[in-house]
Design a protein around this ligand. Structure first.
Ligand SMILES: Nc1ncnc2c1ncn2[C@@H]1O[C@H](COP(=O)(O)OP(=O)(O)OP(=O)(O)O)[C@@H](O)[C@H]1O
Length: 242
């Protein structure tokens, strides 16, 4: 598929497949199109005036570029975690319960159970169980990011998109988010944009190197970082540019 901002082509006929329940890292220098590509996968780019997609994106047997796609349901199935933690101005509990309630879960017992399950999965439960009704904004940056991940998984997505989810966090919180990604891939397919080569090498199964809107190389992470096929991939991962 290709993505345009007006006349400008930001993604150039990229074709790739994402394996189920694996982590794929998108790497490349600033402006190469990683975030544009990621946002296309749940049609968040639709929200940008002038942005358009050509081609097809097949997820679960549906071409999500089809005009009949229910984008609310699509974004339920394909969650997004942003660079800066962005909890709602609501309590910790409500941050997690909001999505499921919106999608029809009404019973308090079911919501209580779901909130606990999601906070346990994101390793937050023990840190917040005594203050579930305090504001999510009162948590540390790293805790807020894990709360945002808990919020994403509360609506039972199949796929999680993460746009530099740890770049605003300190090293300890970054390590926690990376551990969490390793846990979450048991249940979800994850696509992560990162500028951090070590992070890509640590967390992903496959890595895609983008440059100026082209997909230059896409392979097993181990291969990309030890024996890439393309010289520009080698130059980028060894810090010779970007
Ligand atoms: N809203 C927009 N309107 C117009 N052009 C845009 C918009 N967003 C991104 N672009 C352009 O599309 C290209 C790809 O940008 P994108 O943000 O996807 O790259 P990126 O690899 O994620 O960069 P970074 O690593 O700096 O976040 C760039 O040339 C950028 O200027």
């Amino acid at each position: 598929m290709s993505v345009f901002y007006g006349e400008k082509q930001a993604i150039k006929q990229v074709s790739m497949a994402f394996p189920d329940r694996q982590v794929v890292a998108l790497i490349g220098p600033s402006g190469c199109g990683k975030s544009t590509f990621l946002r296309s996968l749940n049609r968040m780019n639709d929200l940008i005036p002038g942005a358009s997609i050509e081609g097809e994106i097949w997820i679960g047997g549906h071409n999500i570029c089809d005009s009949k796609t229910d984008v609310v349901r699509l974004r339920q199935k394909i969650g997004m975690v942003w660079q800066r933690p962005n909890p709602f101005h609501k309590s910790i509990y409500e941050n997690v319960a909001f999505g499921p309630r919106y999608h029809g879960v009404k019973s308090k017992a079911a919501l209580d159970e779901l909130v606990e399950e999601c906070l346990r999965k994101t390793a937050l439960w023990d840190e917040v169980k005594d203050r579930l009704h305090q504001s999510g904004l009162a948590l540390s940056g790293g805790q807020q990011q894990r709360l945002c991940i808990a919020r994403s998984i509360a609506v039972k997505p199949d796929i999680l998109l993460m746009d530099e989810p740890a770049s605003a966090l300190d090293p300890v919180s970054t390590a926690k988010v990376e551990e969490l990604i390793a846990e979450l891939k048991r249940d979800y397919t994850i696509v992560i944009v990162t500028h951090n080569m070590h992070q890509a090498a640590r967390v992903s199964d496959k890595t895609a190197f983008f440059f100026l809107g082209d997909l230059v190389e896409y392979d097993e992470t181990n291969k990309i970082f030890t024996n890439p096929s393309r010289k520009s991939t080698d130059d980028y991962i060894s810090g010779r540019f970007g």
